[in-house]
Design a protein around this ligand. Sequence first.
Ligand SMILES: Cc1ncc(COP(=O)(O)O)c(C=O)c1O
Length: 450
Amino acid sequence: VRNGHRSIFHGIESLARRRAQLVGLINGPNPLEVRVEKLISPTAAIVNGRPMRLFGTNNYLGLTFDGDVRRAAIDAIGRWGAGTTASRMASGNLSECCELESELADFLGKRTALVFSTGFQANLGTIAGLCGARDTVVVDEDCHASIYDAVALSGARRIKFRHNDLDHLRAILEDGQRARPLIAVESVYSVAGDIAPLRELVAIKDRYGGSLLVDEAHSVGLLGPRGAGLVAELGLTDAVEIVTGTFSKSFGLIGGFAASSHPDFGCLRYSARPFMFTAALPPSIVSSARTALRKIMAAEDLRRRALRNAAALRVGLERIGLRALGGQAAIVTAVFDDLSDCYVLWRGVLEQGFYANMLLPPATSHGSCAIRFSLSAEHIPAEIDALLAAVKCSWQACRNGRDRVDGVQLFSSPAGIVVGGLPSVAGNPRAVPAPAAAPAPAATLRLAGR
Ligand SMILES: Cc1ncc(COP(=O)(O)O)c(C=O)c1O
């Protein structure tokens, strides 16, 4: 504090103090320096020197290791070089990228698709490119950080409705002041893995004269005809104005897209700053995205396996006595009221060689905490069984009251800053994945309210 003013580093300094406290608490290697030493397959890695089965990487179809997808990237580097070095406005549109856009538009049943450098930027560019200070965006409270940030960037008024609560949404829209709002939802929610009631949302949107944006990040590749997503599965392609998505999950790559049949949607190329002012995707990614798209369209068997794995895990978790959500796509989330139980279970499972994502308030709503598993077509039934055996064993330890760990609240950050974890951690604005930590000593700090 100088002259009564706080330094701009104040917030980050207090976060650093809490991190240091956390490192001391767990009394082991720095959890913020988790190292994935080797990726062996879509579902196996060496993490912190130990073999680990991966149940937290959103690699739904396992395409990161697909031979054709990899070869497409290598060939493209040979033909076009490694990078684009500038935005599409500056360096031009690679013809491969234009092809990809038209293939995506066909795939999604929309007139126009735009490719962005990430899924985050697809939401940012689309919402902030379309909306301005006089608009209102009504957002499901569980929407991804990119949707929240997009609304902030646009300057539009943001109103949250309770997760999947149609009555709350109707009540908000009843207010005539909110003429023709944009309603933003996800088809499969990244934290709980549950799905949005899209038919009802379309009916409400039509009744109040708004538009609907559906982020299909976690459903493209898994749901719908040829993996085109939940909107397509429910026959709502013409009723949903805008669909966004990512190449970072089922595609196994990086990049994002937005699609719409509005005749002027392509003008986002001249209004979406996250499209205009960032480097275009490299040829390798564009080329492998085209290959991944072809694979996805033909991947009925992979889809079936990923969905079967998710359903099996959910049933298994419930049998063990856990409260499990999701499972209609490839995310299954076990929810806990007790932070210590959640942490001890997560840690126990990790110690037995299974990595999942741990989410704590404010990542989760209503004070609960969760362990999120993402399933892949590449998981075999025996691995699901082994994971369930590890969960059961750790849950019994929790139930016996052994290993209570107080102070776990240090993992959560009110600022919603990501403080650790493996790749592909959830992007919920409130999401704070727990670090992959060494065993924590019991009862070091007290949990708030105890
Ligand atoms: C629902 C949702 N939207 C958007 C994104 C952002 O995608 P990307 O990783 O391509 O930036 C994610 C990623 O976590 C997501 O879960």
